[in-house]
Structure formats: structure tokens, C-alpha cells
Design a protein around this ligand. Structure first.
Ligand code: FAD
Length: 317
């Protein structure tokens, strides 16, 4: 069943979460542990992130370095298939502009169709570490909406070279990303909402938010989106605060603010375990309020936080 149908059929707030493919050279068992930890809360779907390749430098000694490309977390399609087969839960692989050419994307779409995986989250993707700002591949895309165009063509039976796809398949359904505290590159919220509306007009069935810790920002964002004519479900993305160092790393990495009240509680903590407990309590309060407000689904970012999410989910679901 498509994610949009799963959301609509659910009378109560649905539970879903996101996982990262394992680091290259490590096994899939840890991912299964995460799924096992969270399975009892009846996840309606599980997202699997995608990570582009990066340039890395190998120290050859004597001041010499060798530059090569490395994908630290390959395997999104395989992880999605493995989880779908093992657990029978709908999977949503992320599909990116970043680091992929149109042709590579086409092969990913073909693989996914053979595997009967037809839900996607369509994203531009993060810039490479060495880039000051996002640079598309030579034969790639600059924005998620362009990638939506390729997927829409694929759904209509047209390959990137204009030739016809002979087999008829289940079309892809997809969601996109959105940002209650604005995407870092958008000049203002109005511009960001303009592009979100365009992504909806291009076929996005729902949007998942960047993580946030202040529900007022989410509620205000939904209000502004509705005023801008965006009527799709806007699914809150949530991650429990986990450790003291996140006071600095969360704002820096995700370009979001931590509310004063949360910061005041965390700075009183003597160690990471105390901070984690504050994070769980904060997250439970956030989720209770979101659930009461009737959000269709809460989507949890699980990396490094499966145990906290389990505690939160026990209180909410
Ligand atoms: P876009 O929709 O392309 O938007 C990027 C910026 O450009 C925005 O400021 C927007 O306002 C503007 N814009 C949009 N379209 C146009 C246009 N046509 N012309 C001019 N401006 C435009 N990153 C990963 O690498 N892998 C992942 O798996 C991943 N998963 C994510 C999941 C979620 C739920 C979220 C919220 C983010 C995720 N990201 C992931 C990060 C995301 O890819 C980055 O935030 C990226 O910088 C923007 O992606 P986007 O799809 O929102 O881009």
C-alpha cells in the first residue's frame, strides 16, 4: 500500500521511522536490531536514506595524497528490499539528485520496480563535504523538482532518452522534504513555500519535515503552507535529543534552533544519560501535543536514537 494510503487509512497518528544504510564494510544486523527494537509500535513504513559518494584523501606519506571517491553508506536499494522481505513493512528509499546522473537514477528506478518497491522520498540531497554549495552532477539535477520530472516521465513510460518503456509497472508514488524553520539556502520562508508548492503541483503526495524541537514552529509552518495553497499531509519529523554535545551539533547540522526551555534543562545535566532522559521527556511532550493536534503520522529519525524512540513510542502508541 502507498504511504499516502497508509497515512489516510490510519485513524490514529501513524508511527514511522528512518534508518541509514550500514557503513561500507559493516553488516546489516545492527539495522535489523533497530527495526526489531521499534517493530512493536506497528511502523506503517520505514524510510532508508541515501548517501552520495565523497572525495577522500589517502595519505601516501612524504606529503603525497591520493584522492579517490568513496560511498561510505552504499546499499539503499538492497537495504530497502531486505527490510521489505524480512518484515513485510512498506519501505521508502530516498532518491537524490546529489551525486547521481540521470542514467544512474534510471537504473535505480528499474531496480526498484523489479523489487516491487514503489514508494520514494524525492530529494535534492546534501552537498558533498568538499563543496561550498551544492553542485549537480554534469548530467544530473539541481533541484528535487527536476528529479520528480524524471520519475513522472518514468511513470508515463518514458526513459530519459525519450524511448518507450515497454513493460507496464506500478507507478512510483512519492513524498518530498520541507523545512518548518526554512531551508538554509532559501532567501525567506515565502520563497521556500513557493518551491514546496511547485513540488506538490509536480506530484508530491506528502511532505516530511526536517527535525524540529519547537512545535510552535511546526504549527506555524503548516498554517503558512495552507495559506500558500499547499494541502498535502505535512508529516512532522522528530528526533529525541540525545547527548550534551548536540547542544551545538544539532543547530549546526540541521539548521534548526533548540528552544530555550530545552536548553535550560539540558545544561543542568551532569552527563549524557541525564541529557538523554531530558530528551526523551521533551520528545514525549512534543509527540503528545502533535498527536492531540491530529497530525497524520510522526516520523522518527532513528540514527543513534532507537532506544530513546522506543521509550517515546511506549508513552505515545
Ligand atoms: P530542493 O527541493 O531542491 O530545495 C533546496 C533549496 O532550493 C530550497 O531552499 C528551496 O526553496 C530551493 N528550491 C527548490 N526548488 C527550486 C527551483 N526549482 N529553483 C530555485 N530554487 C529552488 N539528504 C541526503 O543526502 N540523503 C537523504 O537521504 C536525505 N533525507 C532527507 C529526509 C528528509 C525528511 C529531509 C527533510 C531532508 C533529507 N536530506 C537528505 C537532506 C536534504 O537533501 C537537504 O536538506 C537538501 O539541502 C535539500 O533537499 P530538498 O529535497 O529539500 O531540495
Amino acid at each position: 500500500m502507498r504511504v499516502i494510503d497508509l497515512i489516510h487509512k490510519n485513524k490514529k497518528t501513524a508511527f514511522s521511522f528512518e534508518i541509514l544504510p550500514p557503513l561500507k564494510g559493516t553488516g546489516i544486523e545492527k539495522l535489523y536490531q533497530t527495526v526489531d527494537t521499534l517493530r512493536e509500535f506497528d511502523p506503517q513504513y520505514i524510510n532508508i536514506t541515501t548517501h552520495r559518494s565523497e572525495y577522500v584523501y589517502k595519505d601516501l606519506g612524504s606529503g603525497m595524497f591520493q584522492r579517490y571517491r568513496l560511498r561510505r553508506r552504499p546499499g539503499t536499494v538492497a537495504v530497502a528490499a531486505a527490510i521489505q522481505n524480512k518484515y513485510g513493512i512498506t519501505v521508502v528509499p530516498h532518491i537524490l539528485c546529489s551525486g547521481f546522473t540521470r542514467e544512474e537514477t534510471e537504473y535505480v528506478l528499474l531496480d526498484l520496480q523489479f523489487l516491487n518497491i514503489t514508494d520514494l522520498l524525492v530529494l535534492r540531497g546534501d552537498k558533498a563535504r568538499h563543496e561550498a554549495s551544492f553542485i549537480p552532477e554534469t548530467d544530473g539535477y539541481r533541484h528535487a523538482i527536476e528529479l520528480q520530472g524524471q520519475i513522472n516521465d518514468f511513470n508515463r513510460g518514458i526513459f530519459v532518452d525519450g524511448s518507450e518503456i515497454k513493460a507496464t509497472n506500478t507507478p512510483f508514488s512519492y513524498g518530498v522534504a520541507c523545512y518548518p524553520e526554512k531551508h538554509e539556502e532559501a532567501p525567506n520562508m515565502e520563497a521556500d513555500l513557493h518551491w514546496l508548492r511547485r513540488k506538490v503541483e509536480a506530484g508530491a503526495e506528502y511532505a516530511v519535515t526536517q527535525l524540529f524541537y519547537d512545535n510552535r514552529k511546526y504549527f506555524r509552518f503548516v498554517e503558512m503552507a495552507r495559506e500558500a495553497g499547499i494541502d498535502i499531509p505535512i508529516i512532522p519529523g522528530i528526533k529525541p535529543f540525545k547527548k550534551l554535545s548536540q547542544l551545538n551539533t544539532i543547530p549546526k547540522t540541521f539548521k534548526v534552533d533548540l528552544p530555550e526551555e530545552l536548553v535550560a534543562e539540558v545544561v543542568k545535566c551532569k552527563d549524557d544519560e541525564a541529557a538523554r532522559q531530558v530528551g526523551v521527556e521533551w520528545c514525549v511532550r512534543q509527540c503528545r501535543e502533535l498527536t492531540r493536534s491530529g497530525v497524520p503520522s510522526i516520523h522518527f529519525y532513528s540514527v543513534g536514537a532507537a532506544d530513546s524512540i522506543r521509550e517515546v513510542a511506549k508513552a505515545i502508541y
